[in-house]
Design a protein around this ligand. Structure first.
Ligand code: MSP
Length: 510
C-alpha cells in the first residue's frame, strides 16, 4: 500500500500564518515517517485561488486578480521551501491542468444525471461563499462570520448530494476510524441526521466570474469548493496518469475542524458520484488559539511562521507543534510555552544527554565507539526501554497521536540521563579494572542515542541528521526501513564519533 498525504490547499486571500504552518508540518512529518518505513509516499499541498473572497482581496490590494494570486501563491510556496517542507506536488487551482480535470469531472457527473439545473432561494453568506438553511443560522446570522446573510434567489446547477446520504451514513458506520479522531466522525454523523440538501455547484458569471467555467453552460462558473476538493485528484494527474492509480488507494487528507463539512460530506459524495473509492482517512485537527482568542488580522495577533522559525529554529517549532497540541483538540499558542518546551525537553533533556554522552566518549575513549562487555540488569533495562519507546512511537505516530508517540521517547531520554547518574562513568574511569564496565555503559548510551536519532527524523529532520553525523553515521543511519534500523546494536564498535556544536541552544528569557 502507498501513502498519499494532503494538506488543505490554502486560500490566497491572506499570507501564511502558523495555523497553515501547523497542518503543513504535520503532513511533512507524516510523509517523512512513511518514507522511512519504506512505504512509497507522496505529499501534496497547494493553493485555492478562485471565488469571491480572493476577488475581493485582489481588489483591496489594488492588483489584477491573476497577478495577486500569483504573488500570494508564490509566497506560500517560498514559505514552505524555506521551512524545508518535502512536498512532491504543489497544486494551484488556477493552473490549466487543474481546470481541465475539474471540467472533465463536471462533464462526466452531468452526463450521469447527478447534476441538474434549478432555481434556489437561500440565505447566502459572502464570507463562507455558501447558502445556509434558516435552521443553521444563529440568531439570524452566519454562525462563522456573525453577519446577517443575504437572501439570494437565482438559477444554478446542483449536485444530487442527497442521493448519497444513506450510503455515506452507512460507510461512516462501517468504517469507524475513517474520520478521526472520533469526535469529528460524530460531528459528521450529527449533520447527517438532518436530511441532506443537494449542493449548489455553480455561480452565475455575471455575479461572480472568477472560477472555472462549467463545460456544459458557460454562463456559470464552478462553485469554489467543488473546484478546490478536486485538487486531490488533479494533483495526481487524474484520470490517466500512473500516479493516480498508484496513490489514490493510499489517500489520507489532513484538515482542521473548520473545513470538516466539505471534506466529510461534499467530498465523499462527489467521489461516489464519480464512481471512485473514498480516501483512506480524513484526519482532523483542532485550532491554535491565541491568548486573545482567535488569530485574526483585526486583532493584530497573526503569527508569521517565517519569523517564528527565524527566532527559535525550525526543528524547535516542529517539535513544539507536534508535542504541544493533542491532535484533534484546540491548543493555546504562546512563545512562553514554546520557550519552555525548547529549554526543558530539547536543551535540558535531550541536548544535555547527547552532549554528556559524546563528551564522555571523547574524554575516556578518544571518540571511538567501544565494544560493550558483559551486560548487567541495568543495561538490559536500557535495551528493553529502548524497545518499548520505539514500539510506542511506531504505533502512535501514524495514527497522528503525536504526544503518545513522543512522551515514551522522552521517558527513555530521562531513563538514559538517570543511567548516567547511576553508573557514574567518571568513577569507573578512575579504576582501570572497570574499563570493560565503562565500555558497556558508554556503548549503551551511544546506541540509545542512535535509536532516538532514528525515531526523531520525521519530527526534527535536521537535528536528527546532526545527531547521526556526530554518531559517525550520517544519512546512512536510515538506509533501511525503520524497524530494521531500530534493531539494538547496529552501532559498530570501533567506529569514530564526530565532534559538533550543541544541538539545541537554550533560549534566554528577557
Ligand atoms: N481553501 C480552503 C481549503 C480547501 S481544501 C480542498 C481553506 N483554506 S484556508 O486558507 O482557510 O485554510 C484552512 C486550513 O488552514 C485549516 O483547515 C487548517 O489546516 C489551517 N488553519 C488555519 N488556521 C488555523 C489555526 N488557527 N489552527 C490550526 N490550523 C489552522 O479553508
Amino acid at each position: 500500500m502507498t501513502y498519499y498525504i494532503t494538506t488543505p490547499i490554502y486560500y490566497v486571500n491572506a499570507e501564511p500564518h502558523i495555523g497553515h504552518a501547523y497542518s503543513t508540518v504535520v503532513a511533512d512529518a507524516l510523509a517523512w515517517f512513511h518514507r522511512l518505513q519504506g512505504t512509497e509516499t507522496r505529499f501534496q499541498t497547494g493553493t485555492d485561488e478562485h471565488g469571491e473572497k480572493i476577488l475581493d482581496a485582489a481588489r483591496d490590494a489594488g492588483l489584477p486578480v491573476k497577478e495577486f494570486v500569483d504573488r500570494i501563491s508564490a509566497q506560500f510556496r517560498r514559505n514552505w521551501d524555506a521551512m524545508g517542507i518535502t512536498y512532491d506536488s504543489y497544486v494551484r487551482t488556477t493552473s490549466p491542468e487543474h481546470g481541465k480535470v475539474v471540467q472533465e469531472i463536471l462533464a462526466q457527473v452531468y452526463a450521469s444525471g447527478d447534476i441538474y439545473f434549478g432555481e434556489y432561494g437561500g440565505f447566502y453568506c459572502y464570507g463562507c461563499e455558501a447558502f445556509y438553511l434558516e435552521r443553521d443560522l444563529v440568531e439570524g446570522r452566519c454562525p462563522d462570520h456573525k453577519v446577517e446573510p443575504t437572501f439570494i434567489k437565482e438559477e444554478n446547477y446542483f449536485f444530487r448530494m442527497s442521493k448519497y446520504q444513506d450510503w455515506l451514513i452507512d460507510y461512516i458506520e462501517t468504517h469507524p476510524d475513517w474520520i478521526r479522531p472520533e469526535r469529528y466522525k460524530n460531528e459528521v454523523l450529527a449533520f447527517l441526521r438532518e436530511p441532506l440538501e443537494d449542493l449548489c455547484i455553480s455561480r452565475p458569471r455575471e455575479r461572480m466570474g472568477w472560477g472555472i467555467p462549467l463545460p456544459f453552460d458557460d454562463r456559470f462558473v464552478t462553485y469554489v469548493w467543488f473546484d478546490a476538493l478536486i485538487n486531490y485528484l488533479s494533483g495526481l494527474g487524474y484520470p490517466d496518469a500512473p500516479e493516480f492509480a498508484r496513490f489514490w488507494p493510499g489517500a489520507q487528507h489532513l484538515i482542521a475542524k473548520d473545513i470538516l463539512k466539505p471534506h466529510g460530506i461534499y467530498w465523499p459524495t462527489m467521489l461516489k458520484g464519480m464512481g471512485l473509492e473514498p480516501f483512506q482517512h480524513l484526519n482532523v485537527h483542532g485550532y491554535w488559539q491565541m491568548a486573545q482568542g482567535k488569530m485574526s488580522k483585526s486583532l493584530g495577533n497573526v503569527v508569521d511562521p517565517g519569523s517564528l522559525v527565524g527566532r527559535y529554529g525550525l526543528d524547535q517549532v516542529r517539535y513544539f507543534f507536534l508535542r504541544e497540541m493533542v491532535f484533534g483538540l484546540d491548543a493555546q499558542f504562546s512563545e512562553a510555552a514554546l520557550t519552555t518546551r525548547i529549554n526543558a525537553d530539547l536543551a535540558n533533556d535531550l541536548g544535555n544527554l547527547f552532549a554528556r554522552s559524546l563528551g564522555m566518549a571523547f574524554k575516556y575513549r578518544q571518540g571511538i565507539v567501544p565494544a560493550p562487555g558483559t551486560s548487567e540488569p541495568m543495561d538490559q533495562e536500557i535495551v528493553a526501554a529502548a524497545g518499548h519507546a520505539a514500539a510506542e512511537f511506531l504505533q502512535h505516530f501514524p495514527a497522528l497521536e503525536f504526544g503518545r508517540a513522543l512522551a515514551p521517547l522522552w521517558e527513555f531520554i530521562g531513563r538514559l540521563n538517570r543511567y548516567i547518574v547511576a553508573s557514574a562513568p567518571w568513577e569507573l574511569a578512575k579504576r582501570p579494572e572497570a574499563a570493560s564496565r565503562l565500555d558497556t555503559v558508554l556503548y549503551h548510551l551511544l546506541e540509545g542515542l542512535r535509536q532516538i536519532a532514528a525515531l526523531l527524523r520525521p519530527v526534527m529532520p535536521g537535528s536528527a541528521l546532526k545527531m547521526s553525523q556526530q554518531l559517525g553515521l550520517g544519512p546512512a543511519l536510515w538506509d533501511r526501513p525503520l524497524p530494521q534500523v531500530l534493531q539494538w546494536g547496529r552501532l559498530r564498535p570501533g567506529s569514530s564519533l564526530n565532534k559538533g556544536p550543541a544541538l539545541f541552544p537554550r533560549i534566554e528569557n528577557d
